[in-house]
Design a protein around this ligand. Structure first.
Ligand code: FAD
Ligand code: FES
Ligand code: FES
Length: 502
């Protein structure tokens, strides 16, 4: 469309005013004047006085604030996931249904199977963590259509919930027995009807102020026009990083562009020899696509945060945030991924390793967004390992992360690409170590020599997670371990049974 000066006037999408509409349990809610950066937890507890949802850490670490979200997909079906309400922005649930532990029992008081099983298995002592556990179990129960759940599935679903007093055995028992109790089914047809009434055309209502907005563009063109018009607005995806800037650093954001509803950015597709991952694809979806082509990555990817963070957080958010201890970037560097950056000026691509300029400084221009991450599909000669060292197995940030991709043909390492995290101001490529491997036979001696090079290649800082010396040593050892674990018959944590441990 032509603007007044003859240039192209951006077609700006509608922005949501400070009115927030969603369903809480069975009740539609309309809340006026909700600031763009208000968290869902604060809306639930402070504005709606729903104290069944608890605040523990306010940083996505403990799961006390877990609620379940129901969202209508493009197929018209409802999907359910458990998320951390403390780091979720309230406007992001516009048009969705939110369930807390106060909303899931039957109208006659019958406890939901997730609640009943926790009672019967003595899964609660002080009770502070219990509403969060119950909501993770509630989402799992719905995802499984009320079927039995294995211990592994329960561990996976509860990976974002901490309990400091009961201990996990009774809680895992509850997860595995909840299918025995009478169900309290959701009336999905009634819920869909209520969601429909909230936003009949699926759009947020018109903005009344450009100073103070929470915008939810639906297409890439809308997003880019908004970005060009508001280069200082905060881009928000799953807010698993951004949420902490609000709750822990007390930063305020008056203008927010939420890019999670942009159809092109949520898409994951294979084109030729490339896996194209839209920047707003959730971590669970992006990781599932990566592990489909490279199943050996699954144990590494499962250690990224806990499930509630992975169902909210996006791959684009991890990459764009540019933390030197982010886990996906070393892997994407090793895989030779390319980033596609988009603006109203057009698109440009650059190798991910070139995206990081300095500590938390990237090549993204103020009017650009990260649109896509393109990952080459594996070749028949690919040898790939990724590992991270953290203080806990799951739901913990890396002290050190290493991803190694080699092309091995005829017993010779034809080429090497290595990504490392936690060892420099940016996610880094280990160029010297790559050179120490390329062209050499794939033998233990070569890996040992390369591990020595790797341990000396960076000068990591020491901090609360690890000392500098520890990081160097561990980095070299991760390369040795990668080699050892690739040998026939090698034991891994996944294959070691308790009785074989010393
Ligand atoms: C409890 C917990 C555990 C965690 N564990 C891990 C872990 O194990 N490993 C790890 O690497 N990280 C971890 N994180 C960090 C976080 O979950 C990831 O970085 C996540 O991928 C961020 O994605 P997001 O969608 O939530 O980003 P957001 O928080 O929404 O955004 C992060 C940054 O990226 C920008 N951004 C987002 N999308 C785009 C885009 N498309 N274009 C341009 N800019 C964009 C935002 O403006 C913001 O600056 C953890 C976080 C928590 C709370
Ligand atoms: S309060 Fe701890 S995860 Fe939200
Ligand atoms: S019952 Fe007390 S923290 Fe879990």
């Amino acid at each position: 469309m032509r603007g007044p000066r003859g240039g192209f006037r951006a077609i700006l999408p509608r922005m949501s005013p400070p009115v927030l509409r969603f369903v809480l349990g069975r009740q539609p809610q309309t809340l006026a004047n909700v600031p763009p950066d208000r968290t869902l937890l604060n809306v639930l507890r402070d504005d709606l006085h729903c104290t069944a949802v608890k605040e523990g850490c306010a940083s996505g670490d403990c799961g006390a604030c877990t609620v379940a979200l129901a969202e209508r997909g493009s197929d018209g079906q409802l999907s359910y996931r458990a998320i951390n309400s403390c780091i979720r922005l309230a406007h992001s649930v516009q048009g969705m249904a939110v369930f807390t532990a106060a909303d899931i029992a039957g109208a006659d008081g019958t406890l939901h199977p997730a609640q009943r099983a926790m009672v019967e298995c003595h899964g609660s002592q002080c009770g502070f963590c219990t509403p969060g556990f119950v909501m993770s179990l509630f989402a799992l129960h719905l995802q499984r259509d009320g079927a039995a759940v294995s211990r592994d599935e329960a561990l996976h679903a509860l990976s974002g919930n901490l309990c400091r007093c009961t201990g996990y055995r009774p809680i895992l028992d509850a997860a595995q027995t909840m299918h025995h109790w009478p169900d309290v089914p959701l009336d999905e047809a009634a819920l869909l009807q209520k969601l429909e009434l909230l936003a009949p055309d699926g759009r947020a209502p018109e903005a009344d102020s450009a100073e103070n907005f929470y915008a939810t563009p639906r297409t890439l063109a809308e997003l880019l026009a908004l970005r060009a018009a508001h280069p200082r607005a905060l881009l928000a995806a799953g807010t698993t990083d951004v949420g902490l800037w609000v709750t822990k650093q007390h930063q305020r954001f008056a203008q927010i562009i939420d890019l999670t509803r942009v159809a092109e950015l949520r898409r994951i597709e294979r084109a030729g020899d490339t896996l194209r991952i839209g920047a707003a694809a959730t971590l669970v979806d992006a990781f599932a696509a990566l592990a489909q082509d490279r199943p050996q990555l699954a144990p590494f990817l499962d250690r990224f945060a806990g499930l509630p963070v992975r169902v909210s957080g996006t791959l684009g958010g991890n990459v764009a945030n540019g933390s030197p201890i982010g886990d996906s970037m070393p892997l994407l560097i090793a895989l030779g991924a390319t980033l596609v950056l988009a603006s109203t000026r057009g698109e440009r691509s650059l190798p991910i390793a070139d995206f990081y300029l300095a500590y938390r400084k990237t090549a993204l221009a103020p009017d650009e967004v990260l649109a896509r991450i393109d990952v080459p599909l594996p070749t028949p000669h690919e040898w790939l390992r990724a590992d991270k060292i953290s203080k806990r197995l799951e739901d913990d940030i890396s002290a050190v992360c290493l991803a190694v991709a080699l092309q091995i043909d005829g017993g010779v390492i034809r080429s090497a690409r290595i990504g490392a995290g936690g060892v420099a101001a940016v996610p880094a490529r280990a160029i010297q170590t790559e050179a120490a491997l390329a062209g050499k036979p794939a033998t233990q001696a070569v890996f040992d020599a390369a591990a020595t090079v790797l341990a000396a290649e960076f000068e990591p800082i020491g901090d609360m997670r690890a000392s500098s010396a520890y990081r160097r040593t561990v980095l070299g050892n991760l390369l040795r371990r990668a080699w050892a674990q690739s040998q026939p018959g090698a034991a891994t944590l996944a294959t070691l049974q308790p009785e074989t441990l010393p």
